[in-house]
Design a protein around this ligand. Sequence first.
Ligand code: ZN
Length: 240
Amino acid sequence: MTAEDARRRRWLLWLFLIESRARDQLNVLMIQCRPRGRRPFNTARFVVGFAKILNVAHAAAWAIGLTLNGKQMATTMTAPRPDAAARAGARAQVAQDAPFLESFVADIDAGKYVPAATATPANPPRPDAGQAQIAARADLYVKRVYNSIMKGWLEGLDDAANALDVESIQIAWITELKPCKDCKKLGLEGPYPFDALPTSPGNGQTVCLSNCRCRLEAVLKTNPKTRSANGGADVVRGRG
Ligand SMILES: [Zn+2]
């Protein structure tokens, strides 16, 4: 296993840990907010609690992304602490999702997740009916932490490129095994100049939404005076 493989495995493990922690916290929140007696699902509590969970998860993911260019990637299993850039990135992610979260909550309040139509007096709906659907939809927001890794990586790449006196950066969109039609197109039309990347994997602009697990890969063209021994093209990988 090369050092690059080891590094990739480590950050995929971190992604898994960040998502798992967010899901555990979401499960607890779902119990805290579930309908009791005549009181419906507590959406006010849910929206505040869920935004907190997402904020922490996005900041952790962003911090992982920032380290992928090797700047502060440690050899330990300790995840990097989110710095100011990571926290700002997380806030932007949660703000981007806020309108969708609002309509999600409006749907809960409107009774979308209570299967009242199938209930009869003899067979009343369970008080927790709809909880599974709410949790499933909430999970789409948890999956967005992957996009924070990608965005953190892009930001870290920009910083690293500036420090290395890089002439140009091209970003390739590497599709996953069975890409959606949008990702397929993004893959074929690349690589893109750094500033012209149409979107990032899992950012919600593709049909696959937050389920996207495509990755980005950069080819840096360094200036002749700082060119390294390998001929100048340094490949930096986002995920693989
Ligand atoms: Zn994709």
